[in-house]
Design a protein around this ligand. Sequence first.
Ligand code: FE
Ligand code: FE
Ligand code: MG
Length: 169
Amino acid sequence: MGTRGRQIVGLDVDDLVKRLNSALADEWLAHYQYWVGSKVVMGPMKEAAIAELVQHAADEMRHAEMVSLRIVQLGGTPVLKPEDWYRISGCGYDAPEDPFIQKVLEQNIRGEQCAIGVYDGLVRLASGRDMVTYNMAQAILADEVEHEEDLQSLLEDYESMIERARGER
Ligand code: FE
Ligand code: FE
Ligand code: MG
């Protein structure tokens, strides 16, 4: 823990660490959801989906790294047991039990929309009170916004391909 670094935080540090641990659990679950999704996804355009899912899995793990470093800087302990991830996660885990591309994309879009809410909340909370957390949260928020758009445009491409194949346009 950096003592002066912790002193300048104009927020309840224990509460902030709790929120960051919830975000950390979200990131690990999102990482696994993307990672396992990339293994099981099937259907038309699956190669494009796999490329995106693999890239996002790596991004979510990088986010876990960023969030855990900030927790340690604040004198907290990153969640130690995977069994606690479900309990403290805000966004949860959506198992890709139906591996069809459309379903997997829709699940991950919902996950990204949840993540956008989490980091938008952290950016607003930290604004003017904790610039280090603010910078971290806004960098992750920008990635989550990009992730949502990547998946939605992939889903649109998939849907327009299906429409064409049906001769609807
Ligand atoms: Fe993330
Ligand atoms: Fe993401
Ligand atoms: Mg992407």
